[in-house]
Design a protein around this ligand. Structure first.
Ligand code: FES
Length: 126
């Protein structure tokens, strides 16, 4: 595994007059920048990657963030939520329940995962 966790932040942007709206119109590009800066500042950029994603098809709930491999969906994420997601979920392995996407189909199967310190990246083979 190259990265232990991937954070996908929807940065899709639609035209201002599009009734669907978009995550970028609600600040997701700045949110992604904060994720990157915080991961870098904490020395985590080799273990955790914050990636832009295209539309996740739940636009009305944006900004939306999905974390893999857990498949945890967060919605209505703000810049103020980034530190909590990194400290509680990424480092601590505990889902930030107050930010979970409301639709039960998107609920994670479990609320706790191995903390980051307990996981190692396997060296490349070949
Ligand atoms: S624009 Fe972000 S989920 Fe559609």
């Amino acid at each position: 595994m190259r990265y232990i966790r991937h954070i996908f932040i929807c940065t899709n942007r639609r035209k201002e007059d599009d009734p669907k709206g978009s995550c970028a119109q609600k600040g997701s590009e700045e949110i992604r920048d904060i994720f990157k800066k915080e991961l870098h500042a904490r020395g985590l950029k080799t273990k955790v990657r914050a990636n832009k994603s295209g539309c996740l098809d739940v636009c009305e709930h944006g900004p939306n963030v999905v974390i893999y491999p857990e498949g945890v969906w967060y919605s209505h994420v703000t810049m103020d939520d980034v530190t909590e997601i990194i400290e509680k979920h990424i480092i601590g392995g505990k889902v930030v329940e107050r930010l979970l996407f409301g639709d039960p189909r998107y609920r994670p199967e479990q609320m706790e995962y191995p903390p980051l310190k307990d996981q190692e990246i396997k060296p490349a083979v070949g």
